[in-house]
Write a protein that binds this ligand. Structure first.
Ligand code: OOB
Length: 543
C-alpha cells in the first residue's frame, strides 16, 4: 500500500527514537480489541441502551465489518466519512475500519452539510455513514448533499430502519468467516480527527496506529483504567476526548466496559451510572456545572463513580472544588487537542493543583516550549504560546501544506495557539489563546469560517465575530455586522436562518448579533477585535 498522500510523517530519526523508547510498539489499533477479546471473550465490552456485546461478539462484528468493507470495494488506505452518534455501530465500524486499514474520518454528530461536504472532499472519502433513523428527512438531505459535493463518495450507509438514499448499515456486515487478517501498518494513519480549531476551513489530523496506540495506552495508565473500569461515554465518541483519552478505545484496550450514553445530560447519565456501575466519565465544563447542580437537587446514586475528567475548555476553580463533595469522586483536568498533546492532572496530585491547573503532559517525550510573540521562550513562569513536539503530536495537518508551513516551525513544533503558564511542577494553566477560535464550552467555533459564511448574506457588507464571557459556557459568540444598507440591517434571525440554510452546525450560530456602522481598526488597519470585545463588555456592564 503506498503511503497516504497529504500525511506528514515524523522524521526517520525521531521515529526510530520513539520506537526504541517504547512509545510506538508497532501494533495496530485493530489488534487492541483482538487482545482484549482473547484475554476475556465473555466480558462485557459495550453497552448501548438495552443492547450489550461481549468482547467475543464485538470482535467478531469488527471482523465482519472489515470483510464487508472489502466486499464493497473499500480498501486499505481508503477513507470513510463517519457521522454517527454514540451508538454501538460507531464502535463496531471504527474497529472494523482499523482492521481493514480503512481510515474513518470522524465528523461530530452536530455537523451539517457545510462541514460534511468539506470533510468528504478534503479526505476524498469513498463512503459516508450516517444515522438514518433519528435524522428523518434531514438524513436524506445530508446524504444527497455529500454525494453531490464529493464525487469520490460511492457508498452511503445508514443505521436504523428508515428508508433513504442509502444502504442499510447491516450490509456492511459480511458473513462470519473467522478472523480477518489485519491489513493495517502501524506507521500509517489509522484515523482522521477533526481539529478543534484553526484558521480557515476545518482541518483534519491523521493519527497513526503507533501514535494513537500510545495515546490509548498512556491515557489508560494515567487514569487508572483497567479491566474493572466501566467508562461512560457521554460526550460525542467521535471527539478525541471521549474516543481515546481514555474514553471508548482505551477502555476497550484495557478490557473494561464501555457504556455509550445517548446524551450527556444528568437525567440521562445518572440512571445509567447507577444501572451499570459506571466508574469514570469525561465531560466539558458546562456539563460539569450541570451535573453538580443536578446532583445537589436529585441526590442520585453515584456510588460507583471514581473519576470525573473535565476538559475541552477551562474549568473554573470554584466548580473544580465542588466535584468531590457533590459527586463523591475524584476530578482530573484534561487539556488536550486533536492535534495530539494531552495534559492531565495526576490522580495523586495535591488538591490545589487539580483545582487550579489543566494538568501536565502525558509523555516524558513531550517537548514543551512556552514562547513570546518572537518565538523565544518567556521567562520561567511567564505566560506565552505553547509549542509542542512529541510522540503523539503529528508533524502536519492532513493535506494542508500552506497551513502547515505557518503553524509548524521548521524543526517540527506545533504552534498550538494556546496561551499557557507553566508551574515549576510542569503543570500548565491555560490563560487564553492567540488563535481565532471561540471555545463555546468545549465546542470550538472557527471564527473565520463563520465570518465567511456571514459575508455570503446579501445584507452583510462585513462581519467580525468575537467571543464574550459567559458564566455557563465560558464563552459565547457575537457577530458584529456592517450592513450593506444601513436602513435595513439584517436581524439575528435572518443571519441564523442564512447560516442554517448553508448547513452550518448549530453550535457555530452567533449567540448575539450587533449591527455597527463601521468596524474599529487597529493602527495597521485590521479589524480591532479587542475594541469590539470591549464594547460588548461595556454593554454588559451598562445593563
Ligand atoms: C479538546 O480537543 P479539541 O481539538 O476539540 O480542542 C483543542 C483546544 C485546545 O487547543 C485548547 O484551546 C482548548 O481546546 N482546550 C482547553 C482545555 N482542553 C482543551 N482549554 C482550557 N482548558 C482545557 N482543559 O478539546 C480535547 C481533546 C482531548 C482531551 C481533552 C480535550
Amino acid at each position: 500500500m503506498p503511503p497516504l498522500d497529504g500525511f506528514t510523517p515524523w522524521p526517520g530519526e525521531t521515529a526510530a527514537r520513539y520506537r526504541a523508547d517504547g512509545y510506538w510498539d508497532g501494533r495496530t489499533l485493530g489488534g487492541l480489541l483482538r487482545d482484549s477479546a482473547r484475554r476475556a471473550p465473555g466480558r462485557t465490552a459495550l453497552v448501548e441502551g438495552e443492547r450489550r456485546w461481549t468482547y467475543a461478539q464485538l470482535d467478531a462484528t469488527a471482523d465482519r465489518i472489515a470483510s464487508g468493507l472489502r466486499a464493497h470495494g473499500i480498501a486499505a488506505g481508503d477513507r470513510v466519512l463517519v457521522h454517527l452518534p454514540n451508538v454501538a455501530e460507531f464502535a463496531a465500524l471504527l474497529l472494523g475500519c482499523f482492521r481493514a486499514g480503512v481510515l474513518p474520518v470522524l465528523a461530530l454528530p452536530a455537523h451539517r452539510e457545510s462541514e460534511l461536504t468539506h470533510l468528504a472532499r478534503l479526505s476524498g472519502s469513498v463512503a459516508y455513514v450516517l444515522a438514518g433513523d433519528d435524522a428523518g428527512q434531514e438524513g436524506a438531505r445530508l446524504a444527497e448533499a455529500v454525494t453531490a459535493a464529493a464525487p469520490t463518495v460511492r457508498h452511503v450507509f445508514a443505521t436504523g430502519t428508515a428508508d433513504g438514499p442509502w444502504k442499510p448499515f447491516g450490509l456492511l456486515l459480511a458473513e462470519e468467516r473467522g478472523e480477518f487478517a489485519d491489513a493495517a501498518s502501524p506507521g500509517e494513519p489509522a484515523v482522521l480527527l477533526l481539529s478543534g480549531g484553526t484558521t480557515g476551513p476545518p482541518k483534519l489530523i491523521a493519527r497513526t496506529h503507533d501514535d494513537y496506540g500510545y495515546n490509548l495506552r498512556a491515557s489508560a495508565a494515567v487514569t487508572g483504567t483497567t479491566e474493572d473500569s466501566v467508562s461512560l461515554v457521554a460526550l460525542p465518541a467521535a471527539h478525541n476526548f471521549a474516543l481515546a483519552c481514555p474514553g471508548m478505545l482505551s477502555t476497550l484496550w484495557a478490557g473494561g466496559t464501555v457504556v455509550l450514553a445517548p446524551g450527556p445530560d444528568p437525567e440521562t447519565a445518572f440512571p445509567l451510572i447507577a444501572r451499570e456501575g459506571v466508574t469514570s466519565v469525561a465531560l466539558v465544563p458546562p456539563l460539569v456545572l450541570a451535573w453538580l447542580d443536578a446532583a445537589e437537587l436529585l441526590a442520585p446514586d453515584l456510588g460507583s463513580l471514581r473519576l470525573l475528567q473535565a476538559g475541552g475548555s477551562r474549568l473554573k476553580e470554584e466548580a473544580a472544588r465542588r466535584v468531590r463533595p457533590v459527586l463523591g469522586c475524584a476530578l482530573q483536568q484534561v487539556y488536550g487537542m486533536a492535534e495530539g498533546l494531552l495534559n492531565f492532572t495526576r490522580l495523586d496530585d495535591p488538591e490545589d493543583l487539580v483545582a487550579t491547573t489543566q494538568g501536565r503532559p502525558l509523555a516524558e517525550a513531550d517537548e514543551i516550549r512556552v514562547v513570546g510573540p518572537d518565538g523565544t521562550p518567556v521567562p520561567e513562569g511567564g505566560t506565552g504560546e505553547l509549542w509542542v513536539r512529541g510522540p503523539y503530536t503529528p508533524r502536519g495537518y492532513f493535506r494542508a501544506e500552506d497551513h502547515n508551513r505557518a503553524v509548524f516551525t521548521p524543526d517540527g513544533f506545533l504552534r498550538t495557539g494556546d496561551l499557557v503558564r507553566r508551574l515549576p511542577t510542569g503543570h500548565l494553566v491555560v490563560e487564553g489563546r492567540v488563535k481565532e477560535v471561540i471555545n463555546r464550552g468545549g465546542d470550538k467555533v472557527p471564527v473565520e469560517e463563520v465570518e465567511n459564511h456571514l459575508l455570503a448574506h446579501p445584507g452583510v457588507h462585513d462581519a467580525a465575530i468575537v467571543g464574550f464571557p459567559d458564566a455557563t459556557m465560558g464563552e459565547r459568540s457575537c457577530a458584529f455586522v456592517v450592513a450593506h444598507d444601513p436602513a435595513s440591517p439584517p436581524a439575528r434571525r435572518d443571519l441564523v436562518a442564512h447560516l442554517t440554510a448553508l448547513g452550518v452546525a448549530a453550535f457555530k450560530l452567533p449567540d448575539r448579533v450587533r449591527v455597527v456602522a463601521a468596524f474599529p481598526r487597529t493602527g495597521l488597519g485590521k479589524v480591532d477585535k479587542a475594541a469590539l470585545a470591549r464594547s460588548l463588555a461595556e454593554e454588559g456592564a451598562a445593563r
